[in-house]
Design a binder for this molecule. Sequence first.
Ligand SMILES: Cc1cc2nc3c(=O)[nH]c(=O)nc-3n(C[C@H](O)[C@H](O)[C@H](O)COP(=O)(O)OP(=O)(O)OC[C@H]3O[C@@H](n4cnc5c(N)ncnc54)[C@H](O)[C@@H]3O)c2cc1C
Length: 412
Amino acid sequence: MPDLIIIGGGASGLMAAIAAGREGAAVCLLEAGPRVGRKIAASGNGRCNYTHRTISMDHYHTTAPYALLPAMTGFDEKAVMAFFSQVGLPPYIDDRDRVYPYARKAAMVTDALRQWALQLGVTIKTDCRVTALEGQYGAFTARGQGFAIQGATALVACGGEAAPQLGGTTDGYRLLEGFGHQSTARYPAICPILTEKDPIRGCQGVRWWAQATLQAGRRDLLADGELLFNEDGLSGPLAFDLAYTIGAAESGQCKLVLDLFPDVDRDRLLAHLTDRQVSLAFRPIEDFLSGLMPKPLGLALLRQLVQGKMTDSVAGLPADFPDRFVKLVKAYPVQVTGLRPYRDAQVTAGGIDLADFDPDSLMSWLVPGLFACGEVLDVTGDCGGYNLQWAWASGRLAGLSAARYASEGGQL
Ligand SMILES: Cc1cc2nc3c(=O)[nH]c(=O)nc-3n(C[C@H](O)[C@H](O)[C@H](O)COP(=O)(O)OP(=O)(O)OC[C@H]3O[C@@H](n4cnc5c(N)ncnc54)[C@H](O)[C@@H]3O)c2cc1C
């Protein structure tokens, strides 16, 4: 009988297997899919943004912030970079402090972790979806179609609901709820946001840097970054950063206002547009913003202010047009209507309440010998490597603790 059964072969489960294997524990890892680490391999646009140069707790959302610290300080971003260097993947840090493997190939991260786990004697069984977990310390049983595997301790590392096409499920919540654990409210995060069509009509595919002010219930968020305009809303890093706060607000409670020229102050922009109204007087209105911003976005903005035809000349625009335009682009209102579904999300916000786990070991307070790690727990990081950092840190702590618990005969 193995010392530890790990359910889920994603980022946290693989790191837990390595940590437990290094402690000399006999580990059996059960993965529902045909391969381990499918989300890792898809992460960071196939490049795997596996941590951030300076992890700060401000970038995490959880109902039990104190419970993050032992895991996160025990295996911080520097230790994670050192670990990946040791397994042959030195870091590359981009200009926004996001950390990738030097080769910028996510599949190499999955490969390295899988090889390392196998090298340590971990048994990896793929196509083994656990549908039931029962028992107690000394004899946990994980069952699925055609198998029942026993282990002294059990670790749930099933991840969240996001990206079902890459293995996202509700299984982990269900397995832990079977032992009396409870989940907080869950919703998609790091995902595109849905908006009313009018302000974005015709802009599909445009990328543009903006600053966003989001009023969501009692929370205000100011963020800047690149937006990608979609047919039904906004995507890109800035939209991803807003999604968590939008999801947390009650529906209809979000007010999003964009500054579409955050690096140019009002007076300078007004002066430029006033000059432009003179120098481009003979051009059609549809060309008024040409050279200043992508044409589809410019047209969407012009349509908000111009009653006549876009082929009329700029000379016909009223004298106060530049002033009205500046007011519009410095505070462009976009009505948020919701979030795209889990299929388009990178993570699940919310999860199994972390307060019911010992922060120093990630062992359940309710069931001795039962551990959990990664996204199945109520911990959501911002975009930028924070979620994988939590997966590595919590996986390592839970794997190490489970191995020690088993070797000490049920003591920590
Ligand atoms: C497209 C995409 C891009 C991302 N990019 C980044 C990024 O660049 N940086 C970053 O920090 N984060 C990124 N993330 C988020 C990050 O990948 C996750 O937060 C992280 O993988 C969570 O690790 P985990 O181990 O908790 O879950 P997962 O990695 O999801 O692993 C869970 C595993 O459990 C398996 N499983 C589920 N149920 C069962 C069951 N019943 N029995 C057996 N096995 C089961 C699943 O098949 C899966 O392999 C991205 C996510 C996606 C979807």
